[in-house]
Structures are given as C-alpha cells and as structure tokens.
Design a protein around this ligand. Structure first.
Ligand code: ZN
Length: 335
C-alpha cells in the first residue's frame, strides 16, 4: 500500500475565513478566532482520516497564508507597513511585510496547532513550514541587502521551530519551496544549502515541496508560457538528490513535467502529485492509479507516496473533500 498525504493547505470553512482566497480575512476575532482555528483543524483531521489518508496534516487552518503565518512570530519584520512587490519573478503582485532589522523568533510559532494535531490523530502527522528561499521571495528587504544572507537568517529560525515541532511529535517536517521552480540556478546552489540549514539536526522525516503554485489565475497564465515540457525540476533535483532532505513533493498530474525527471531523485522518497489543484474536476480513482503507475517507471515502489500537486486552500470545500477521497481510493487501486 502506498502512503497518501496532502501537500499542505486545505480550504478554510466559511465560518473561519473568507473562502476562495489565498490571503483570506479571518471572520471571528480574539479568543473566538483561536478556538475556531482548532475546530477547523479537528474537522479536517477527521475528513482526512475518513478519506483514508495515511499521513495527516493540519490543513494550515491556523495561518492566513503559508509564508506569512510563520513570519507573524519573527521579530525584525514590519507588518504594519506592507508594500506591494512582484513575487516569483514578478509573476504576480502581493502586499508583503518588510524586513527592517536582524531577524529572531519571538517564541514558538506553531506549537498549539502541532500539539493539537498530535493529540487528535493516531496516524503519522506532517507539518509544513515555508522554505528559506520562498520566504525571501515573499517579503521586502530593507535590512540585509543580500538574498542569500537573509535566506540563511530565516533558515536558522526555521530550524529552531522545526526542532521544536519534532519534539511536539511531528513525524514529517516539510518545507515549501515553490520559488525553486522560478530561480532554478539559485535553487540548485544556495537554495538547497539554506534548506539543509533549516533541516539541520532533525531526526524525523524531512521533505521539500516544489510546485507550480496554487490554481490561481496568475499561475494558470504563467504555466501557459512554459511550453510543452516543463523542465524546471531538472536543475534542482540532482542537488536535492545529494542533500540531506528525505522526501521531495512534486507536481505530476495534468502538468507538463516529463515523468523521467523523477529518476533524478534517486535515493529519495517521492511524493507524486496525483491531484490537480487548478481544476474542480474530481479525479477518478483510475486516473490517480494511472498517474502512480506512470511514476513507477521512474520511482521505486517503496519510495512512492501519493500526494496532491499543491495545497488545496483556494478551492471549494466539497471539491477538496472529494479530491482527498479520490487520492486515497486511487492509491489503494494502484497498490
Ligand atoms: Zn505548492
């Protein structure tokens, strides 16, 4: 049987936050918000278990966005004066906070939701953090003046939180690095080095998720410019194969990624994306099994994990639920 898991995010219930958005506003406030986040986490733990997934996440119910959720506990960042910048090589504009002073953690970032997740499922759990390069690409720098230096500063903080998450009982710590598919040369050099710094000393399973982004229009349009074959992974996979990171999550279904690029990840567990996050059409178990079988030409059976292409955050909840069921059913069929 193949392990099954999600890339990270899931849709927030309509009583928790605005739906259909990447940076949704919270609806409750104060203590009510704090308990609503955990209620939503519990709901998605149950739905993932019922769907039949073997590695469970918190669905990122406690953070507004996968990068900025971490930054909220980092001193040296000015959240009051956000500025608009073009991110992912100017693919789209985002309002981002500014780094204005040396970075440090003000305390634990995800202790509450990680312990909550541990307490409420008997299955293995995965927790996601943004990767250093992607963080650097999602803030404005008014202090360091050097992307590499700033990435390593963030990597140290990520490492502190990752070690604490491991102590909370997290089985898999995954760093999300969509920026690796945008700055391929930098990713293959200092990107992977900063990632390894973030994972330094961890004895739990470590993972990196590299994708072509959420199913938002800017990403859909960008993908149309990438041509017939998407070979972005080709630069970074050999560097990852040599790294200390244990698992690599990649896009597969409905992408134009040549399947043979997975062979570059020799020695790594491969989380194969079998669920398209840019379409509301629900995959059939046969389609999911077909994607797995295709990947098995390049990934050893014991190293394959079935996963989603990316997070499901901006999708409708009922679509996401159906896709989780398809993921588990398809993996079972292929197993
Ligand atoms: Zn992604």
């Amino acid at each position: 049987m193949f392990d099954t898991t999600i890339a990270g995010s899931l849709p927030k219930p309509a009583w928790l936050a605005e739906t259909g958005k990447l940076w949704p506003k919270w609806l409750p406030a104060g203590d009510e918000l704090a308990s609503a986040k955990l209620d939503a986490t519990l709901l998605w733990i149950k739905l993932q278990e019922d769907a039949g997934l073997s590695v469970i996440g918190d669905g990122e119910m406690s953070r507004q966005h996968f990068v900025h959720g971490f930054l909220e506990r980092v001193a040296g960042i000015d959240f009051e004066h956000k500025v608009e910048v073009g991110i992912r090589n100017d693919r789209y504009k985002a309002m981002v906070p500014q780094v204005v002073a040396p970075l440090s953690l003000t305390g634990r970032v995800h202790e509450k939701e990680a312990r909550f997740l541990r307490a409420h499922t008997g299955r293995r759990i995965k927790f996601t953090l943004p990767g250093p390069m992607t963080i650097v690409d999602t803030v404005a720098d008014r202090h360091y003046g050097d992307r590499v230096q700033m990435a390593f500063a963030f990597a140290e903080l990520l490492n502190q939180e990752a070690r604490a998450l491991q102590a909370d009982g997290v089985d898999v710590i995954q760093f999300d690095e969509p920026a690796f598919n945008v700055y391929m040369d930098d990713a293959a050099t200092w990107g992977v080095q900063a990632l390894e710094r973030a994972a330094q000393g961890l004895t739990c399973t470590t993972a990196v998720h590299i994708c072509y982004g959420y199913g938002i229009q800017a990403n859909v349009d960008w993908k149309k410019t990438l041509g017939e074959e998407w070979r972005q992974y080709e630069r970074v996979f050999p560097a990852l194969a040599k790294s200390s990171i244990g698992q690599v999550s990649l896009e597969c279904y409905h992408s134009h990624v040549p399947a043979d690029l997975m062979a570059l990840l020799e020695g790594k567990d491969v989380m194969v994306g079998v669920i398209d996050v840019a379409s509301d059409e629900i995959e059939t178990p046969e389609q999911v099994a077909g994607t797995i079988e295709n990947a098995l030409r390049f990934v050893p059976r014991q190293r394959l994990i079935a996963c989603t292409n990316c997070g499901l955050a901006p999708m409708r909840r009922e679509v996401a639920e159906a896709k989780l069921r398809a993921l588990a059913a398809g993996a079972k069929l292929a197993g």
